[in-house]
Design a protein around this ligand. Structure first.
Ligand code: HSE
Length: 432
C-alpha cells in the first residue's frame, strides 16, 4: 500500500479524491496494491464538497502531512507560488515524492524544484500542470522520446479558446464571452492569466523544457493575449478562410528555438483550427512520427484529477519496484540551445488599418510595407465611406517581426490612418 497526502481540497483536489475512491477497484486490479489517502490538508475543513471522506482524514495542518513519516507522496493542489513552493520543498527535503498541478509554480520556480528533487532522489509528477486530461507530459517524456521535436503548437488555455469560439460562432463581444467563460469555472482566479496568455506561457515553458532538454524558459517566451481581438477581426479572418486561436508555439531550426504565445490565424481546414470551446489540443511534429495531435479537456475536476492520479500511480509503481527516478526529470546532458529573439521571427501577418476612404491611401500604406520588405498577399476593403475611416485588411507573405513593428509604427503616424493598426500572426500554408 502507498500512502499519499493531499494539500488542497478545491476543484482538482475533489476530482482527485473522487477518482481514487470511485475507481479504487480498477486501480487495485491494475496496480496490485492500494493507493491510500492518509491525510487531506485544507484551509476550509468544514466546506461541503459533495464527497464523503472517512472521519479524521481532513486536517488544517499542512505540516503534519508534510512531516508524516508514513506518507510516501505529497500531492500539492493549492496553486500559486507561496506557500505551495515551501510545502513542496519541505516535502522533498523530507524525502517524499511530489505530485503537483501547479503550472505557474513550475514555470517560474521549476528549475529549483527539479534540482532539489534530483538531489534528494525523489520524483516530481506534473502531468496535471498542462492540458488536464490530455497526458501530454507522458507523451513527450516517454511516447515521443525517440523524436527530435521540430514544432509544437498548443491550444492550452480553455478559457481563451472558449471566448474566441463564442466570438466566432455567436458574434458576441469579448467582455460578454469572458463573463460566460468565468461562469463555466475554467478561468484562473485572476482571469488576466488566461486572457493575457500567461497561463498558456506557463504551460509552453513546461512543454519546451521537456521537448528541448533546456532549463524551463518561461522568461524568454514572447506573450500576447487575446484582449485586443475584436469581433470584426474574427469575421475578416473567417472571410479569408481562417480561425483565430490563442496558440502557444515552439519551433526549432538550426539549433535555435522560437517560443511564443499570441493570437494566431490558422487555416480553417487544419485539424487544430477545429478545436472549439474549452477544449485543448497539442500538435507535435516529431522527425520520426511526423504530425501528431492530442485533443481533450484541459481543465475541470475529473480530467485534471485523472492526470494527478496517473502521476500518483506512476510514482507508486516506481516505489513498488524500487525504481524511483526511472524516467529522469532532467536530461542527462542539458542542451545549449539559443532562443530566437521575437524581432527575428518570420511569420505571415494580418493587418487591419483604420484608413480614410480616399484615393491614394492604399498606395501610401503599401509603399511603407514595401520599404520594409513586407509583401502583400491580399487586400479587402469593406464598404465605401468617402472621407471616413474604413477597415482595410491586408494579408502578407512571410515577413520579419522587427520590420513589421517598424512599418506599423510609421503607418500609424500617417494622417490618413485614424486608429492604431491591429495585427495578428498567421500560421499555415502560403496558398490559403
Ligand atoms: N485556466 C485554465 C484554462 C485552467 O482555462 O485552461 C486549466 O489550466
Amino acid at each position: 500500500m502507498i500512502n499519499i497526502g493531499i494539500i488542497g481540497f478545491g476543484t482538482v483536489g475533489t476530482g482527485t479524491v473522487r477518482i481514487l475512491y470511485e475507481n479504487r477497484d480498477v486501480l487495485r486490479e491494475r496496480l496490485g496494491f492500494d493507493i491510500n489517502i492518509k491525510k487531506i490538508a485544507t484551509r476550509d475543513v468544514n466546506k461541503e464538497r459533495g464527497i464523503t471522506v472517512p472521519e479524521g482524514l481532513i486536517t488544517a495542518d499542512v505540516n503534519a502531512l508534510v512531516n508524516d513519516p508514513d506518507i510516501h507522496i505529497v500531492v500539492e493542489l493549492i496553486g500559486g507560488i507561496h506557500p505551495a513552493k515551501d510545502f513542496i520543498l519541505s516535502a522533498i527535503s523530507n524525502g517524499k515524492h511530489v505530485v503537483t498541478a501547479n503550472k505557474a509554480l513550475l514555470a517560474t520556480e521549476g528549475n529549483e524544484i527539479f534540482e532539489a528533487a534530483y538531489k534528494a532522489g525523489v520524483e516530481v509528477g506534473f502531468e496535471a500542470s498542462v492540458a488536464g486530461g490530455i497526458p501530454i507530459i507522458k507523451i513527450i517524456r516517454e511516447g515521443l522520446i525517440a523524436n527530435r521535436i521540430h514544432a509544437l503548437y498548443g491550444i492550452i488555455n480553455g478559457t481563451s479558446n472558449y471566448i474566441l469560439t463564442k466570438m466566432t460562432e455567436e458574434h458576441v463581444e469579448f467582455s460578454d464571452a469572458l463573463k460566460e467563460a468565468q461562469q463555466m469555472g475554467y478561468a484562473e482566479a485572476d482571469p488576466g492569466l488566461d486572457i493575457e496568455g500567461i497561463d498558456s506561457a506557463h504551460k509552453l515553458a513546461i512543454l519546451a523544457f521537456l521537448s528541448y532538454g533546456m532549463p524551463i524558459p518561461y522568461k524568454d517566451i514572447y506573450v500576447e493575449g487575446i484582449s485586443g481581438i475584436a469581433t470584426q477581426d474574427i469575421e475578416f479572418a473567417s472571410e479569408l478562410g481562417y480561425k483565430v486561436k490563442l496558440l502557444a508555439i515552439a519551433k526549432e531550426s538550426n539549433n535555435e528555438i522560437e517560443l511564443r504565445v499570441h493570437p494566431t490565424m490558422l487555416p480553417n481546414d487544419y485539424l487544430i483550427a477545429k478545436v472549439e470551446g474549452a477544449f485543448n489540443a497539442i500538435y507535435v511534429e516529431g522527425d520520426a512520427t511526423g504530425s501528431t495531435l492530442y485533443y481533450g479537456r484541459g481543465a475541470g475536476d475529473m480530467p485534471t484529477g485523472s492526470a494527478v492520479v496517473s502521476d500518483i500511480v506512476s510514482i507508486a509503481r516506481d516505489i513498488a519496484k524500487n525504481a524511483t527516478g526511472r524516467v529522469p526529470l532532467l536530461p542527462m546532458t542539458e542542451r545549449d540551445i539559443k532562443i530566437k529573439k521575437m524581432d527575428d521571427v518570420l511569420s505571415r501577418y494580418y493587418f487591419r488599418f483604420s484608413a480614410l476612404d480616399r484615393p491614394g491611401v492604399l498606395s501610401k500604406i503599401s509603399g511603407i510595407l514595401g520599404n520594409y520588405n513586407i509583401s502583400i498577399a491580399s487586400v479587402i476593403q469593406k464598404g465605401r465611406r468617402i472621407g471616413e475611416a474604413v477597415p482595410l485588411v491586408v494579408l502578407t507573405h512571410q515577413a520579419k517581426e522587427r520590420d513589421v513593428r517598424h512599418a506599423i509604427k510609421e503607418i500609424d503616424l500617417l494622417q490618413v490612418v485614424m486608429d492604431k493598426t491591429v495585427f495578428i500572426h498567421v500560421e499555415g500554408r502560403e496558398d490559403v
